[in-house]
Design a protein around this ligand. Structure first.
Ligand code: NAD
Length: 256
């Protein structure tokens, strides 16, 4: 029988807000394979819910980390370093844009809205990776979450499409830079899934229906399908893959 044994591995997973978070779907699969899980969450508003979730995976530790503030990132990594001097896996599953910037016209995006969306959704990958790399002396692997709006114009995604385009380019740039340190960096481009963030996109329910009608598999993907691909890309099963953006979208992106 083929098994994935991650019992000696430690994974830092960012971006869990609730049980629908894609970060949680990945954490569940990593834990199922035996990995020790460390979660970070954005702030007080989600702390209680994340604590409850963390209790479902024995041994899971949680730390606050607001990626819009360097002090918060530094404090989080100081604590993480004390509990786990070494990391094997890192999951970036964080995005944010002002609601006004996820409806209406992209051309109306304000400077502040642009800065905020790219700071939290894209720059945070660099800021966090910079702290993670010294904790991966034996190599490791990283995964972030993107959407097809990085590569195609999608109604209402607006500035979030720009942020995801940056994230996908950063995947290649980081993979190039970190390859010599035996650190792989990949990205999952997920199909639409009902999460807290997705509900902020105008017309989201219509997008789910559209995918059902167009995707070769004739359905939407599940949270678990993102989780298992996260596990695959992070683990040695994907040891030859880096700098890649892998679509998990029931084949939607292949169809005109
Ligand atoms: P989610 O709302 O559960 O996750 C987004 C996370 O970002 C939340 O945990 C939130 O707390 C966190 N976050 C926002 N601002 C932050 C900050 N300043 N500091 C730290 N964390 C912050 O929604 P999700 O759909 O699971 O989103 C996870 C990732 O998946 C995002 O990058 C999103 O763009 C991407 N994605 C989602 C879908 C989808 O349809 N749900 C599709 C493709 C890609």
């Amino acid at each position: 029988m083929y098994t994935i044994d991650l019992s000696e591995k430690t994974a830092l997973v960012t971006g869990v807000a609730n049980k629908r978070s894609l970060a949680w779907a990945i954490a569940l699969e990593l834990a199922e394979a035996g990995a020790r899980i460390i979660l970070t969450y954005a702030g007080e508003r989600v702390r209680e819910g994340v604590e409850e979730l963390a209790a479902e995976i024995p041994g899971t530790e949680i730390f606050e980390c607001d990626v819009s503030r360097d002090e918060s990132i530094d404090q989080a990594f100081e604590k993480i370093g004390k509990t786990a001097p070494q990391l094997d896996y890192f999951v970036h599953s964080i995005a944010f844009a002002q609601r006004d910037d996820l409806e209406g016209k992209f051309i109306d995006t304000s400077r502040d809205g642009f800065r905020l969306a790219l700071d939290i959704s894209s720059y945070s990958m660099v800021a966090l990776a910079r702290r993670v790399v010294p904790m991966m002396p034996a190599g490791g692997s990283m995964v972030s979450l993107s959407y097809i709006a990085a590569q195609r114009a999608v109604p209402n995604y607006n500035v979030m499409g720009t942020a995801k385009a940056a994230l996908e380019q950063m995947t290649r740039q980081l993979a190039f830079e970190l390859g010599p340190e035996n650190i792989r960096v990949n990205c999952i481009s997920a199909g639409p899934l009902n999460t807290l963030s997705a509900r902020g996109i105008a017309g989201f329910t219509g997008i789910l229906k559209h995918y059902e009608g167009r995707a070769p598999l004739g359905r939407n993907i599940s949270h678990k399908e993102v989780g298992t691909v996260g596990l695959f890309l992070l683990s040695d099963l994907a040891s030859g893959i880096t700098g890649e953006t892998l679509f998990v979208d029931a084949g939607y992106h292949t169809v005109l």
